[in-house]
Ligand binder design. Structure first.
Ligand code: 5GP
Ligand code: MN
Length: 323
């Protein structure tokens, strides 16, 4: 994959960059932001990173993650606002398209969901991860990848490909991983940081959530539900729910898995996972969200019983129509 000339040009022609990503950022978002900022600095640019939500505990090991700031007060103006792993300002949860602290926006993303900034952006739905795109960008800029960048990029690719297991895993993802290992990263240490330092409270939360698992008559749709009470009983936050929904998809016969997570008294965040035959990004888009064919999400307002009934109905129809 080669980055288009327009992204190289945006970098060459400008000097002050603000980098942000989607709300509730995870490995690909944070790793990509950090690697991009470090590379921009290597060529003499100013780069800052700010996100709506703080870095989750799990990702605090990422080199220089402490430099990621909040978006509450931004007094400075920048030449460019980079949206990384994020297709539009709405997903950032803070940047208002009409009033951004920069002269223009540039998107670097691999989500399939249509971006309003695609003319001012580089969108690669076939990339395994935004980390993969950032790697090729850094190489094209002629920047030598140092160990800090390498750890960030590897974590981005590893987390978004489910440790190189999902169908989104490209030959390029493996090739880049090989190069990063040669540059000195320790894959087993990164695996341990991300997957084997879980807080006890997360497993405690999972024990509550597991009690809610259910499936339809055909056994091809399975779901589970997290309510506010489970979070308060266990002292957990939304970041502690990462990976829960994947355990549902691993049940034999399940085509689509859904996690309903309460976000307000009458609002729920949905995480949808597909085994590949059904495109859950289409379902999420129809409900106001987006994502990838096999992993997507959206937020819906209403009572849980009505939301569940409606969403399960839509998913069953998609399975029947094989789309
Ligand atoms: P997760 O279920 O892990 O939160 O998200 C799965 C995928 O769907 C990710 O690629 C994420 O960026 C995307 N996604 C989740 N929620 C939303 C949403 O509300 N809107 C859009 N456009 N994408 C989402
Ligand atoms: Mn991603």
């Amino acid at each position: 994959m080669n980055p288009p000339e327009k992204v190289i040009e945006v970098i060459r022609k400008n000097s002050a960059f603000l980098i942000t990503s989607h709300k509730s950022p995870e490995g690909d978002a944070i790793g990509s932001e950090l690697a991009l900022a470090l590379a921009l600095e290597k060529i003499g640019k100013n780069a800052e990173i700010r996100n709506l939500d703080p870095v989750p505990e799990t990702y605090k090991f990422l080199p220089q993650s402490e430099r990621i700031g909040k978006t509450e007060r931004i007094d400075k103006r920048y030449d460019i606002l980079f949206l990384v792993d994020c297709g539009n300002t709405e997903r950032t949860g803070w940047a208002d398209t009409g009033n951004i602290p920069a002269d223009s926006i540039f998107v670097i993303d691999h989500h399939r969901t249509e971006s309003p900034h695609k003319d001012n952006g580089w969108i690669e739905p076939d990339a395994s991860s935004t980390g993969e795109m950032i790697y090729s960008l850094i190489v094209s800029l002629g920047v030598d990848i140092d160990l800090d960048m390498a750890v960030n990029i590897y974590t981005a690719i590893m987390t978004d490909t489910g440790s190189f297991r999902y169908s989104s895993t490209t030959p390029e993802a493996f090739r880049i991983a090989g190069t990063l290992v040669e540059k000195g990263i320790d894959p087993s240490k990164i695996n341990e940081e991300v997957y084997e330092k879980l807080p006890f409270r997360k497993l405690k939360l999972f024990s509550y959530v597991l009690k809610t698992i259910d499936r339809n008559r055909d056994g091809n749709v399975a779901w589970m539900t997290i309510n506010k009470r489970m979070f308060s009983l266990t002292g957990t936050k939304s970041e502690d729910t990462e990976e829960f929904v994947n355990s549902l998809r691993s049940i034999k016969g399940v085509e689509v898995a859904i996690l309903f997570r309460q976000t307000g008294s009458r609002s729920y965040k949905l995480s949808l996972r597909s085994r590949g035959r059904v495109d859950v990004a289409r379902i999420a888009e129809a409900l106001g969200g987006g994502g990838h064919r096999e992993a997507a999400g959206c937020e819906i307002k209403g009572s849980i019983s009505k939301i569940r009934k409606r969403v399960i109905g839509i998913v069953e129809e998609a399975i029947q129509n094989k789309n």
